[in-house]
Design a protein around this ligand. Structure first.
Ligand code: FE2
Ligand code: FE2
Length: 337
């Protein structure tokens, strides 16, 4: 993005590391990262910096469970980054079953981070006690702040209609229902009216050329509603944020790298630290298309963390640090918004 001559053409993935990554390269190189014209770029507005994203640790109430170590590994990777990220955002699903001990464990592992941490909830954190424990540990799930010329927003996107009261469910049954990947009982997720009103107020005074980054647990587009890879009121969110020239959205929940763009809003799915979901079923010859792995023999391949370098023109690059790190692979994904 430093070379303005390149702004109008597609960005290509660059990769460093040793041999053996042809599968990942082929997959990622097929993504079109979109275009941006020089006139759209608010050149020089943003002071370049880096932030990191961790998400979807899914910690169980089992002492020394392997997922504890995976999150701890990701924290160590972030601490080892040079330069250091200015802050870290956690995109939900710290817990597996919403239990307080799982949240406490996650908070303790994350407390090793030396930079500010901003957290939003996932469905696995929330539905045992409707967010009571999560709020106690992490505060308000709806927040915004400004950093070096960029406006950052976090929202709780996993709110559903009350399906448990009419069904007479216990809190555990409610949590069990929300844990299902395919969950037709709960229905669609959303940020709902209160947060939409908050969002409208939050961005009201901002000028349209303000770079905006928004974080939600679920995607702000209909990726695969059957698995709740969606946010029902994303169209309203996109409408409220429609006045900005460009908006970057990062989400967890899908445990995959995935990219989408609608209007001014680019959405990027992030790697979990726990397990990679397969790509959703599609009407093709092989309906269960697994997320590609550079090394199928490495059980931690397809998981990891990521960090984002924002550049002065609000372009940037996203770096994935996969745990499948036996090859010392580091993938740099260029994206434009
Ligand atoms: Fe998750
Ligand atoms: Fe989730």
């Amino acid at each position: 993005m430093k070379n303005l001559e390149n702004l109008g053409r597609r960005r290509f993935l660059t990769i460093s590391g040793k041999a053996g990554l042809s599968t990942l390269v082929a997959q990622a190189a097929g993504i079109n990262f979109g275009m941006v014209s020089v006139s759209e770029a608010a050149v020089g507005r943003v002071t370049p910096f880096r932030f990191a994203i961790l998400t979807d640790a899914h910690l169980f109430s089992i002492p020394d469970h392997k997922f504890d170590g995976f999150l701890a590994d990701a924290v160590d990777e972030v601490l080892g980054l040079k330069p250091q990220p200015d802050f870290v955002v956690y995109l939900g699903d710290i817990a597996q079953n919403g239990k307080d001990d799982q949240l406490v464990k996650g908070k303790k592992i994350l407390s090793k981070l030396t930079m500010p941490l901003h957290v939003i909830p996932g469905e696995h954190d929330w539905y045992l006690d409707m967010g009571a424990a999560w709020r106690g540990h992490f505060g308000n799930p709806t927040w915004s702040f400004d950093h070096k010329g960029v406006h950052f927003i976090g929202m709780n996107s996993i709110l559903v209609r009350d399906f448990w009261t009419p069904a007479g469910m216990t809190p555990k049954q409610r949590m069990d229902t929300m844990e299902m990947l395919e969950s037709p009982i709960a229905g669609p997720w959303g940020v709902r009216e209160e947060q939409l009103e908050w969002l409208a107020k939050d961005v009201k005074a901002l000028s349209p050329d303000t770079p905006v980054v928004v974080f939600t647990h679920s995607p702000l587009w209909d990726y695969y509603p059957r698995w709740n890879f969606q946010t029902e009121d994303a169209p309203q969110i996109r409408a409220i944020l429609g006045k900005f020239s460009r908006v970057m959205a990062f989400h967890g929940h899908v445990h995959q790298t995935v990219y989408n763009r609608i209007g001014n809003l680019s959405s990027i799915g992030t790697l979990s630290t726990s397990w990679p979901w397969p790509y959703p079923e599609v009407q093709m010859k092989y309906p269960w298309s697994q997320m590609n792995r550079s090394d199928p023999g490495n059980f931690k391949d397809g998981e990891g963390a990521q960090y984002i370098d924002l550049e002065s023109n609000f372009g940037g690059s996203m770096h994935y640090d996969p745990f499948g790190d036996m090859l010392n692979a580091k993938m740099k994904n260029g994206f434009e918004i």
